[in-house]
Design a protein around this ligand. Structure first.
Ligand code: AMP
Length: 176
């Protein structure tokens, strides 16, 4: 009899030092995406943490779209994209947020969500939490409620979770 080993998603995340700039260790998820079992496992595990009775999955550009779309498809839910400026064609609501150097901006279609909608936000990675904090604010400004935030990878040392402490957070893989 063969005993099937549980798949460890950590084996499919690759460290790329000094990308996109010196001093950053980029967590590359492309080996995970390239492996059917690993990708499928990651989406199924994320799906286990989606509460009942939500109205949509919100995916953050761009790697959040990959997992968000898989999750939405698996749960037969709609997917709402949160995008970088100038990408969404219809009327948008925007938010600016601070980066280490300068500001960035995220946009959502104004008619994508409305008062009372419950959503789950998905991204590939939680680092300082600035991106997901801005996304939560964006969703809330449309009157919707964020009931959970899901990530494949979380970098614990950067404290992102503390910036979104009012929302339940789940990450599949954590690094100290
Ligand atoms: P933050 O706003 O600092 O939580 O950063 C999260 C966003 O930046 C996510 O959309 C990630 O895709 C990306 N990101 C930040 N740091 C890394 C990293 N070390 N490796 C890969 N992606 C990262």
């Amino acid at each position: 009899m063969t005993v099937k080993q549980a798949l460890d998603l950590r084996d499919y995340i690759r460290d790329i030092p000094d990308f996109p700039k010196p001093g950053i260790v980029f967590k590359d998820i492309t080996p995970l995406l390239a492996d059917g079992s690993a990708f499928c496992t990651s989406v199924s595990e994320l799906a286990c943490h989606v509460p009942q009775d939500i109205d949509a999955i919100v995916g953050i550009e761009s790697r959040g779209f990959l997992f968000g779309a898989g999750l939405a498809q698996q749960l037969c839910m709609g997917l709402v994209p949160v995008r970088k400026p100038g990408k969404l064609p219809a009327d948008v609501h925007a938010i600016e947020y601070e980066l280490e150097y300068g500001v960035d901006r995220l946009e959502i279609h104004r008619d994508a969500l409305s008062e009372g909608h419950k959503v789950v936000i998905v991204d590939d990675l939680l680092a300082t939490g600035g991106t997901v904090r801005a996304t939560i604010n964006l969703v809330q400004q449309l009157g919707a409620e964020v009931v959970a935030c899901l990530f494949v990878v979380e970098l614990l040392a950067l404290g992102g979770r503390q910036r979104i402490s009012e929302v339940p957070v789940h990450s599949l893989i954590t690094y100290e």
